[in-house]
Design a protein around this ligand. Structure first.
Ligand SMILES: Cc1ncc(COP(=O)(O)O)c(C=O)c1O
Length: 454
């Protein structure tokens, strides 16, 4: 055996022994991973969702947009034409900031939110999920604090966790994030010398809570963050999907220099193109572009130019209106079913977007109940997925975007059977002992988002 081969093998043996010592015989590289990778965990409900995705199960879990209404023939023809006429451009690498042609169109797409963004200040990303990653990369050192609503989007929490940030939740109510609570939280953290890097907020049709930040709170949130020099990351994938018309002004409009505004074509067009964007103050944008180049070289040229062409040649706003009408019908069906079958619960009444946030009766545990729900052929996401600190057992998120109104009614009916059975157990045996914090930390959040938990 050559000496190089010997070194390689003994190196491997060392790692394997160390891995075995750490109780991870299946992964000899366990001790080689960076700390941040050890913080990434697969959701324990993933295997459950493998079952939940079977056709007999009605899934109220996933946040997948219902794209069955897309003009597929138009898109097929458009793609063929693009490849025929501009193939050598759209199948080539592009710039790290994204194609100017698309950035110009994005400036138009943001107008209904009141946002006046210059194409130069936009970086195109691989969905807004990648924008969250880039922002975390350029702002977060391990131990830095990110503020987020309680609850917050599972995919963002997973990203912040991967960068070893501490997420501190700020309470919200029917009108979104509570400004007084925000300021008090910032001040409390300041007094203990914690560095708050940014506030991550979803002001429109919140995922998972379904509510909107009211118009009067928007300038307040902008002013509080400006006062304390806390950047705002405003994540707005659902803003155009209000049931009753045009959106209210973004937080960004109240302090453009203090906000990174994230947009996405995933919910208003199609997620398969994987195109989102960040509009940022110029200096931040320059760093985001560099980070994008490091990560990807460039975002998908094909996806970007396909979307630019769609925006130019199709009545995209009419398509958004069709989505709105479809989601409104489903949202109303969900509300009707909740009223009919779940009088023992309370829930939010979204006026847009995909999600309803349901509070269970005292003593019920959404996390523990999920396997029983799946056995009863209905799935949801436990509230624990949407907190960084193990809260949320008393809530579940129901999405109404994908199932038909009939399936929504039947799904909620099945849930009522499960909840009623759980309540009978509570009646009989009392409220179960809650698990300790370590166990809770192991179970949530569902760090790496999947179509089931988005
Ligand atoms: C609040 C929020 N932000 C970001 C994303 C990521 O979307 P995408 O990466 O498809 O743009 C989602 C997806 O569900 C979301 O709900």
């Amino acid at each position: 055996m050559s000496s190089t081969e010997e070194t390689r093998r003994s190196g491997h043996a060392k790692v394997s022994n160390a891995a075995a010592a750490a109780g991870t015989r299946l992964d000899p590289w366990y001790n080689t991973y960076a700390d941040r990778a050890l913080g990434m965990k697969q959701s324990e409900v993933r295997s459950l969702f493998a079952v939940a995705n079977r056709p007999e199960v009605i899934s109220l879990a996933g946040g997948m947009p219902n794209i069955s209404g897309l003009p597929l023939d138009f898109l097929a023809e458009m793609s063929a034409r693009l490849i025929r006429e501009r193939g050598t451009k759209i199948l080539q690498y592009g710039g790290g900031q994204g194609e100017e042609e698309l950035r110009e169109m994005i400036s138009e797409v943001m107008r209904p939110d009141g946002v006046r963004g210059h194409p130069d200040d936009i970086t195109v990303t691989t969905g807004s999920q990648q924008a969250l990653d880039l922002i975390s990369e350029i702002f977060l050192n391990p131990g830095d604090v990110v503020l987020a609503e309680a609850p917050s989007y599972v995919g963002a929490l997973g990203t912040f966790r991967a960068y070893q940030a501490d997420v501190v939740h700020v309470p919200m109510d029917q009108d979104g994030l509570v400004p007084d609570e925000l300021e008090q939280t910032i001040m409390r953290l300041e007094t203990v010398g914690k560095s708050v890097k940014f506030l991550y907020t979803i002001p429109n049709f919140h995922n998972p809570a379904g509510v909107c930040l009211s118009i009067d709170r928007r300038p307040q949130v902008a002013a509080i963050c400006a006062r304390h020099h806390v950047l705002i990351v405003e994540d707005n994938p659902y803003g155009l999907l209000g049931f009753d018309g045009d959106p209210i002004p973004a937080i960004q409009t109240f302090n453009p220099d203090g906000v990174v505004y994230l947009g996405s074509f995933s919910k208003t067009f199609a997620p398969g193109y994987r195109v989102g964007w960040a509009l940022s103050p110029a200096a931040v944008n320059a760093r985001l572009t560099l980070a994008n180049e490091n990560a990807l070289l460039c975002p998908t040229t094909f996806g970007q130019l396909s979307i630019a062409e769609y925006l130019k040649t199709y009545d995209w706003y009419q398509q958004v209106k069709e989505y709105r009408a479809m989601y409104q019908e489903r949202g109303e069906a969900m509300q009707k079913a909740l009223k009919k079958y779940l009088p023992m619960c309370s829930w939010t009444k979204p006026e847009g977007g995909f999600y309803t946030w349901v509070k269970l009766p005292e003593g019920l545990d959404a996390h523990a109940m999920l396997p029983r729900a799946v056995t009863n052929l209905v799935a949801y996401v436990s509230g624990t997925a949407f907190y960084a600190d193990g809260q949320g057992r008393d809530h579940m998120r129901l999405s109404f975007c994908y199932p038909t109104p009939e399936q929504l009614e039947e799904g909620v009916r099945r849930l009522s059977t499960v909840i009623t059975a759980e309540l009978e157990l509570v009646d009989m045996f009392g409220i179960a002992h809650r698990h300790d914090v370590h166990e809770l930390e192991d179970s949530g959040p569902a760090e790496a988002p999947s179509p089931n938990t988005l």
